[in-house]
Design a binder for this molecule. Structure first.
Ligand code: NAD
Ligand code: IPM
Ligand code: MG
Length: 369
């Protein structure tokens, strides 16, 4: 299979983790007879410095002309004082909007060899397997008006949370479709006791549920959901929620896996290329030190193979390789514990690659045989 992948490393650790993930994809291509063509684009702080904008048109064109997109992370203190339009994060939001990437899937799966790396009790997180489905192109991130102004000597600010019923319906439908191939439960998270947008969200969730009689739907207020994620995360299967609630809950849920450095994600549109990126940021505190955990990005490439290329087995091979490396005790600093082997970013990538080669040697797939 031949596929073109747009690669947007971004800033900070983005460059290090994406370099590792590309190595992994190259080995998968070699072992299983595929051709992945990588083309690089600029996004975020680097693009501001070179092109004068966080999202150059060339990057948009490259993404639209690709089968899938691999993104690292954007942002850093260098650009934190810039005007809103010239912040790296504006580029990320713009590419999501430009490509219609409304569905952000963030799977949270406990890895048994990592349960001790979490700050939570083993018995609480053992066996956790949930999927956060975050709306990604609407809500308070994109509503207008947004402004700051002076009024009677006060600084007045306005952000707007807006949704259309179509935007709500398509993300809720996506959650139900995922629940159908998982454990048939959807938890719709909102703040319907306060926000009108949430009351409409709830109405639409009830309407969509009628098309999926096999799926159980429950509604949960977001403050309670934040608490329940820590108290009893195994109660959840698919959690669907609006943009900002999903941003916050997914970072929280990452600790169920042991580290933010483990949480992968896929951002999908109705019919264009999908974008794959770790849920974490550019981690300026550890950038350039070969310390970052590359596994969230590597696991995001497994999602790419499965969701965009339908290469299910190859995606499974990457996941299995990651599991084996962790079982052998290799750990980047964010997940290291006593009696484990402190491992750099590049060593971790090498270990994953070795395992992929081992798996492929032991059990070649039809494509290779
Ligand atoms: N998708 C994205 O591009 C994205 C996502 C989140 C934050 N950001 C940006 O990243 C910058 C830093 O934000 P932040 O510090 O709040 O969040 P962050 O996710 O970058 O880092 C939070 C903490 O987690 C650690 N961490 C994150 N990823 C790690 C990894 N792979 N391995 C080991 N440790 C890891 C960091 O060292 C830091 O201590 C900001 O400019 C922010 O806007 C970008
Ligand atoms: C960097 C920021 C704009 C982004 C978001 O809030 O969506 C990030 O936190 C994420 O989770 O992808
Ligand atoms: Mg976030």
């Amino acid at each position: 299979m031949e596929k073109k992948i747009a690669v947007l490393p971004g800033d900070g650790i983005g460059k290090e983790i994406v370099a590792g993930a590309i190595e992994v994809l190259k080995v998968v291509a070699e072992e299983y007879n595929h051709q992945f063509i990588f083309e690089y684009g600029r996004l975020g702080g680097e693009a501001i410095d070179v092109d004068g904008t966080p999202l150059p048109q060339a990057t948009v064109d490259l993404c639209k002309d690709s089968d899938a997109i691999l993104l690292g992370a954007v942002g850093g203190p260098k650009w934190d004082q810039n005007t809103p339009a010239l912040r790296p994060e504006a580029g990320l939001l713009a590419i999501r909007k430009e490509l219609g990437l409304f569905a952000n899937l963030r799977p949270v799966q406990a890895i048994s060899s990592l349960t001790d790396a979490s700050t939570l009790k083993k018995e609480v997180i053992d066996g956790v397997d949930l999927m956060i489905v975050r709306e990604l192109t609407g809500g308070i991130y994109f509503g207008s008006p947004r402004e700051r102004r002076e009024e009677n000597g006060q600084r007045m600010v306005v952000d707007t949370l807006s949704y259309t019923n179509e935007e709500i319906e398509r993300i809720i439908r996506k959650a139900f479709e995922l629940a159908m191939i998982r454990n048939k439960k959807v938890t719709s998270v909102d703040k319907a006791n306060v926000l009108e947008s949430s009351r409409v969200w709830r109405e639409i969730a009830n309407e969509v549920a009628k098309d999926f009689p096999e799926v159980e739907l429950e509604h949960m207020l977001v403050d309670n959901a934040a608490m329940q994620l820590i108290r009893a995360p195994k109660q959840f299967d698919v959690m669907v929620t609006e943009n900002m609630f999903g941003d916050i809950l997914s970072d929280e849920a990452s600790m169920l896996t042991g580290s933010l450095g483990m949480l992968s994600s896929a951002s999908l549109s109705a019919n264009g290329p999908g974008l794959y990126e770790p849920a974490h940021g550019s981690a300026p505190d550890i950038a350039g030190q070969n310390k970052a955990n590359p596994l969230a990005t590597i696991l995001s490439t497994a999602m790419m193979l499965k969701y965009s290329f339908n290469l299910i087995e190859e995606g499974n091979v990457i996941e299995e390789a990651v599991n084996r490396v962790l079982e052998k005790g290799y750990r980047t600093a964010d997940i290291s514990e006593e009696n484990t082997k402190l491992t750099s970013t590049t060593e971790m990538v090498e270990q994953v690659i070795n395992e992929i080669k081992e798996i492929s040697k032991a059990k070649p797939m039809p494509a290779k045989a």
